[in-house]
Design a protein around this ligand. Sequence first.
Ligand code: ZN
Length: 240
Amino acid sequence: MRTLVISDIHANANALDQVLASAGLVDAVWCLGDVVGYGPDPNECVARLKALPKLVCLQGNHDAAAIGDMPLDSFNPEARSSIEWLRQSLSRESLDFLKGLEPRVEIEGVTLAHASPRHPVLEYLLDTYSAAENFSYFGTDFCFVGHTHIPVLFFFNKQGVNLQIPNPNSKFTLKRRCIANPGSVGQPRDRDARAAYAIFDDQSNSWDYRRVEYDIHGVQQRMLSANLPARHISRLAGGW
Ligand code: ZN
């Protein structure tokens, strides 16, 4: 089974469309959360996801904030103003979709968590220390996470945990056990502005990590019209 693994779309429909087009035919789609927040297209992104085959979608911290499940004071002032805009913009259908999501799910022998298996909504898995602590919090061979917006692979071995920053558009074999992050579709933060995603094949355990260009300017124009924070508009072009 070939599964498209995406995360942190952040209401960026241009990036999501480009990822879906470039991924081609897949058997299932696993979205690791933060469908909304920051970007100008929350309802469009929810509608696109709902139409996908065999979708499993997690709830991220921005999705939780959008439906009122996360206090606004846990976000910085810019993120907060963006969430206030989001709450006014979400349709009833989008709200219902976001309310039905969970931050951690086990599917086809893989654990999916938005942030980490230990703290599925809020922990940032950025280093081998916190990754090592998390391996005892899931029982499957593989765990896929998002949240940091940085593509990374953590491999567990007897000596400890190795971190690998994958090269864009390269294929890896996931060795037991590992935590993998496909990066962010709609707001990459690794200084590469292209949308990130991965295709996981459970026959070969391959992790095909890809980056794809999309119309950043168009998204920025819509953010400008919606009066969204300038910092969030400019960061898209730099990938930070
Ligand atoms: Zn996010």
